[in-house]
Design a protein around this ligand. Structure first.
Ligand SMILES: [Zn+2]
Length: 282
């Protein structure tokens, strides 16, 4: 056997291990990144051209854009177009410390109202909220405002807070950042069944793959039942996540390749296209 044949056989072997099937499309799946921060305090880690290059080389052609402060999102909106679909969310933070206080700080309510006047926003978030803090008056006001204006909420929260958010208004539509990190898949299934307006975003979510990058049985079953309810995200909250961006997307692609193609497509970009009524770029 020649060396090139050996290499070919090894490649084929890997493809089989990766679960590639005859029906898999030749072109790489397009990805919608549903947890993108283009933070600027005071300047972004990568300039905009570099960020666009990162998206291009990963075939990320749609993003849920947020930034702290919102200036970064305004900049990304300037370059939306054929190659990049930008779905902007109002970040309820001016600076990092707002994470602790945004949910009952009247200045943040004003910030949301001011930003909303730009006319292009599709949601509010990412906001961090835990436990009973989600029961507060301003949180209720924000949830009701979102429902009234047809906005999504992007919430980094625990289960208790998630349930409280829906209790303010059952018509709320919430993207659950990190899908609870470690909430049992059986419980995630119950929550998805109970709240039709809930979507799970999968950055930092544990347990999806077991040893060797193989999709775990629990998550395979969860995706089989709820492939219309999950989104992928990078969560570029610190510069290290920009360094890791290629690896994050590669890891997603590795387990997506182990799913039936229709499920993989939904999770990669189809669900974002459905809930935001748009289309990822070319
Ligand atoms: Zn985040």
């Amino acid at each position: 056997m020649t060396l090139s044949r050996l290499v070919l056989c090894a490649a084929l072997g890997l493809a089989v291990l990766g679960g590639a099937s005859a029906q898999e499309p030749k072109q790489e799946l397009k990805i919608f990144d549903a947890h993108l921060h283009y933070n600027q305090e005071p300047t972004p880690f990568y300039d905009r051209d570099k960020v666009l290059e990162v998206f291009r080389r990963n075939n990320v052609t749609g993003i849920l854009a947020t930034s702290r402060p919102n200036k970064g999102t305004h900049q990304l909106m300037e370059v939306r177009g054929q190659n990049l679909w930008v779905v902007p969310f109002i970040r309820p933070y001016r600076q990092r410390s707002d994470i602790q206080t945004w949910f009952d700080d009247p200045a943040i309510w004003d910030l949301i109202q001011d930003e909303y006047k730009r006319g292009y926003y599709r949601g509010i978030g990412e906001g961090h909220i835990y436990g009973k803090a989600a029961a507060g008056e301003q949180v209720k006001r924000i949830v009701n405002f979102a429902v009234e204006k047809g906005l999504w909420l992007h919430m980094h929260c625990d289960e208790e807070a998630l349930v409280l958010l829906f209790s303010h208004n059952p018509k709320a539509r919430i993207i659950w950042a990190h899908t609870g990190f470690s909430t049992a898949p059986s419980r995630v299934a119950e929550l998805l069944a109970q709240y039709p307006g809930l979507m799970g975003e999968l950055s930092y979510r544990g347990g999806i793959t077991a040893g060797g990058g193989r999709l775990s049985d629990e998550w395979r079953a969860l995706f089989a039942k709820f492939s219309d309810r999950f989104l992928l995200g990078s969560d570029t909250w610190i510069s290290e996540r920009w360094f890791a961006y290629d690896t994050i997307m590669k890891t997603y692609r590795e387990w997506l390749a182990q799913l039936p193609v229709d499920q993989a497509r939904r999770i990669a970009h189809g669900n974002a296209e459905r809930i935001f009524d748009g289309k990822v770029g070319e």
